[in-house]
Design a protein around this ligand. Structure first.
Ligand SMILES: Cc1cc2nc3c(=O)[nH]c(=O)nc-3n(C[C@H](O)[C@H](O)[C@H](O)COP(=O)(O)OP(=O)(O)OC[C@H]3O[C@@H](n4cnc5c(N)ncnc54)[C@H](O)[C@@H]3O)c2cc1C
Length: 410
């Protein structure tokens, strides 16, 4: 697999989240020296992404990670959308209808910190891959032949140079700001509260571990993940109310009230984790400036309904590593790097922004007539095998990958 590109300065990667680590792995496997600069001293294990879609599983298979992701995750072919007030099942979708489109006709629920740590353990196999934890990128400068970043690390400030820089440093990206690239879009007024409990919803939701509950007052999403010990945890996601402060939303009493009103039970819920997230729909005005690229949340952020943000970020990583590999091996001119911004930015808008905005709107719709219309439309799609397949090809990002491939072939 690897063709060593000897003695080259490394590709620098700012940010060692899942996208940074996957970018590094995809480059290192081609023999390209990489250096990851991560601000924190370890991978962040706050609960965020878990849903890994078919198109992404195919890429993780190419990177030698899919078996471990499946072993440490939970395979789920279905997802369900309910009406929260009536507890009526509106619709069930089954990725099994994609059996002829992918060898992974399901999602795997595998927490993102596990994925990042798996990538790290594979990176350790490569002498030309280096990871600097506790190293924060604070400034970026680029020249005709190199990029220089200033970092703050334990020993003090220093300059690190490389041939290219990938900004995979998350939604608040220092790299994006240093380049002066606008983060276009908007921030939702509410925040999303995530509560994690070991209480088992298996009895109530045995046949499906991915559930969305539509409700004009307070929608909810309920998912199962395996947890670090493999015993299983359930995550519940709620929007905060207008005027509800962070402190109020996170308080034990308020969290218990939310859980009890969702699913009443005798006794309180054990809550092992709670967190609030700002939620945005934003896309960087450009994914590239010269020798510097943006990937993952640094380039685009979206609400988590549909589980698409990290998936698309991993697709960024694989695409960018492929393009850089061809240029660094001299197989293609640097002009092919223009494809990265030219193709990925519109794909994000079409497949990630549009779908997540529509998913949120559907769950929170207040107008009864529009709710009924939207539910009927979903039922019609689910009831028609061709329409269900088309819907799931989009939801699994397979269609976006095919569209990208078609652009190369054209
Ligand atoms: C509640 C929730 C649920 C979600 N569920 C899903 C899901 O199911 N599926 C899905 O696809 N997506 C989901 N997402 C989105 C997903 O979490 C993000 O898309 C993902 O974290 C992006 O990964 P990243 O590596 O780009 O950025 P991050 O995970 O934010 O990592 C960025 C890294 O950069 C580091 N860093 C920051 N600044 C600097 C600096 N200046 N120098 C060096 N390092 C720096 C940070 O410490 C961090 O390690 C969810 C998000 C939320 C909030």
């Amino acid at each position: 697999m690897s063709t060593h590109i000897e003695h080259r300065p490394p590709v620098l990667i700012a940010g060692g989240g899942p996208v940074g680590m996957i970018t590094a792995l995809a480059l290192a496997r081609q023999g390209i020296p990489v250096r990851v600069l991560e601000a924190e001293d370890r991978v962040d294990d706050n609960p965020r992404a878990a849903t890994t879609h078919a198109a992404t599983l195919e890429m993780l298979a190419e990177l030698g990670l899919v078996d471990e992701v499946m072993a440490r995750g939970l395979i789920e072919p279905k997802f369900r959308i309910w009406d929260r007030a009536s507890r009526e099942l509106i619709v069930e979708f089954d990725f099994g209808v994609l059996a002829h489109d992918t060898r992974f006709p399901y999602v795997v629920q595998c927490e993102q910190h596990k994925l990042a740590n798996m990538a790290i353990s594979h990176l350790l196999d490569f002498a030309h891959a280096k990871i600097d934890f506790s190293t924060r990128v604070v400034a970026v400068q680029q020249f005709d032949d190199r990029v220089e970043v200033e970092v703050e690390a334990v020993g003090g400030a220093r300059t690190v140079s490389g041939c290219y820089l990938v900004g995979a440093d998350g939604g608040r990206s220092t790299v994006r700001k240093a380049l002066g690239i606008e983060f276009e879009g908007y921030t939702h007024p509410e925040r999303f509260l995530i509560l994690t409990t070991p209480f088992s919803f298996d009895a109530a939701y045995a046949q499906c571990s991915r559930n969305y509950f539509s409700d004009p007052q307070e929608w909810c999403a309920l998912f199962k993940v395996t947890g670090d010990d493999g015993k299983g945890l359930w995550r519940l996601l709620f929007p905060t109310r207008p005027q509800e402060s962070d402190r109020e939303a996170l308080q034990e009493d308020a969290a218990q009230r939310r859980l009890q009103s969702f699913f009443p039970r005798r006794g309180s819920y054990p809550i092992v984790h709670r967190n609030l997230y700002n939620v945005h729909q934003r896309v960087a005005a450009s994914f590239r400036r010269g020798r510097v690229f943006l990937a993952g949340d640094a380039a685009h952020v979206n609400n988590p309904l549909g589980g698409l943000g990290l998936n698309f970020g991993i697709h960024d990583a694989v695409e960018l590593a492929g393009l850089l590999g061809r240029v660094l091996r001299g197989e293609a001119p640097p002009s092919i790097l223009d494809d990265y911004d030219r193709l990925r930015r519109p794909l994000n808008v079409e497949y990630v922004q549009q779908q997540t905005i529509a998913n949120k709107k559907r769950l929170e719709e207040k107008d009864p007539a529009l709710r009924a219309q939207s539910n009927d439309a979903l039922r019609r799609i689910a009831g028609d095998p061709a329409a269900a397949r088309a819907y799931l090809l989009r939801a699994s990002l397979i269609e976006s990958v095919r569209k990208r491939a078609a652009a190369s072939a054209a």
